[in-house]
Write a protein that binds this ligand. Structure first.
Ligand SMILES: [Zn+2]
Length: 132
């Protein structure tokens, strides 16, 4: 059994953002494409009464627009992170992940409806030591 660890450093201050067992890799829409799609607004109607009917209230995702996707690490437990800050909820129903030390990002996002933390697989790591 190989228990590979994944270590991700903040590209800006090289704090350890993630240092844990390698999460599953998933493909999800890019942050940019999510922020661009304005049709996903948070509709909160105060009380949502249950009407007996089992209706999984899935939002109809119109796939007419091609959505750019990329690979992310899927993380379910926020405690898996070493050092991450989560922004306030955005209208697109996501929260952006940033470095907890320098607050720079985004390093990924948190999908509120899926309760899934998605960390960019392609976080650029800083060139070691030298700071211009
Ligand atoms: Zn940082």
């Amino acid at each position: 059994m190989t228990n590979t660890k994944l270590r991700v450093l903040c590209p800006h201050c090289s704090s350890v953002v993630f240092n844990n067992a390698t999460p599953q890799i998933v493909e999800r829409p890019t942050i940019r494409s999510i922020l661009r799609s304005k049709h996903t607004t948070i509709e909160q109607e105060g009380t949502q009464q249950q009407t007996g009917e089992l209706d999984t209230n899935d939002t109809d995702e119109t796939l007419s627009i091609p959505v750019a996707t990329e690979q992310y690490y899927s993380i379910r437990d926020p405690f898996d992170f070493d050092n991450v800050s989560v922004s306030k909820a955005l209208p697109s129903n996501i929260k952006l992940l940033a470095c907890a030390d320098c607050d720079k990002g985004p390093l990924g996002y948190f999908d509120i409806s899926a309760k899934e933390y998605l960390m960019l697989r392609t976080i650029p790591t800083p060139p070691s030591s030298k700071q211009h």
